[in-house]
Design a protein around this ligand. Structure first.
Ligand SMILES: [Zn+2]
Length: 318
């Protein structure tokens, strides 16, 4: 039996922000190619993402902002939102399917159909604030998933774990201060979006890493900070913001992760059920990763471990 559902949608390949923008359709094309070429595709059940319900968008974002995105969506060409973020005629649709994938994954887990979900989506979401876009993000897929779970299934404790190399400032903006949410966020110090320097809400634990940090430190952070925090918090659901841009081949940042470090994270997340009895499941949502080759290798290394139905079938060892 497959235990991991894999959501994606063809609209994610239509959203483009101009020829020079690294947040491009090839990111998902490479992941998809390698997923099935590697054999890891047999560990997942692929499903087409539904479009998000408006009520789910409005749980995380202001009505005026959602109206702004709808109104700004161009009929042709590119509509610039800010220096790094832009819309083409397919962007608004893709953003709503990305949010829809995240909510559908929550539904699949909390209805008992699956224990694990991976959402291969773009645009990413963790820099999207309640009332503005930024960093290639429009709708905060992770925050929307969390609030969908709390609103529809009456969950009392949901954890967000963000291992993208950039701080998830939008997620903190939307979910910061809530007692029913725990935010665990690792990122490179003094890197975009810089907001973490000023503010850490009481429900967030930040793990900043200096430039040049090796994967061992990130693994230790998982075992010595994140897992003890998760065990103590006893979440019913974990939503993971999975960015693979801490890889050493990534030119957006200066951390030194390699594929086996992501495999390690995938293996640990897959094992969370064993030490968190309250946990009903884990929803992993793709965030960053802009070197398309290292992104695909890292993401598939993660998935081989995360999605494998048994320890024996996963890549060994990490
Ligand atoms: Zn990032």
């Amino acid at each position: 039996m497959q235990t991991t559902v894999y959501y994606t949608h063809k609209s994610f390949l239509m959203h483009k922000m101009g020829n020079d923008n690294p947040e491009c359709p090839q990111r998902l094309e490479k992941i998809s190619e390698l997923l099935f070429a590697s054999g890891a595709g047999k560990f997942v059940e692929s499903k087409e993402a539904p479009m998000a319900e408006l009520v789910d968008l409005l749980a995380a974002h202001d009505q005026d902002y959602v109206n702004y995105l709808s109104r700004t969506s161009p009929d042709e060409g590119i509509a610039k939102i800010n220096v790094d973020t832009a819309m083409n005629p397919f962007t608004w649709e893709a953003a709503q399917y990305a949010a829809g994938a995240s909510c559908a994954a929550v539904d699949d887990i909390l209805s008992g159909r699956f224990q694990k979900a991976f959402c291969a989506v773009r645009p990413p979401g963790h820099h999207a604030h309640r009332d503005h876009s930024g960093g290639f993000c429009f709708l905060n897929n992770a925050a929307i998933a969390v609030l969908h779970a709390i609103g529809n299934y009456e969950l009392r404790r949901v954890a967000v774990v963000d291992f993208d190399v950039h701080h998830g400032d939008g997620t903190t903006d939307i979910l910061g201060g809530r007692e029913d949410v725990l935010i665990l966020d690792s990122f490179q110090e003094a890197l975009f979006p810089y907001a973490h320097i000023h503010h850490a809400p009481p429900n967030a634990v930040y793990s900043p890493f200096p430039e040049g940090t090796e994967g061992l430190a990130l693994r230790k952070n998982m075992d010595e900070v994140w897992i003890p925090r998760l065990v103590a918090y006893r979440p019913e659901l974990i939503v993971v913001s999975a960015g693979f841009d801490a890889h050493r081949e990534e030119n957006q940042a200066q951390l030194l992760m390699v594929e086996s470090d992501y495999a390690f994270l995938g293996r640990r997340f897959a094992a969370c059920h064993e030490f968190i009895p309250s946990l009903k499941g884990i929803v992993v949502i793709l965030e960053g990763g802009y070197n398309t080759s290292s992104l695909a290798r890292s993401c598939v290394s993660f998935l081989m471990q995360f999605a494998s139905p048994s320890r024996r079938d996963g890549l060994q060892p990490v």
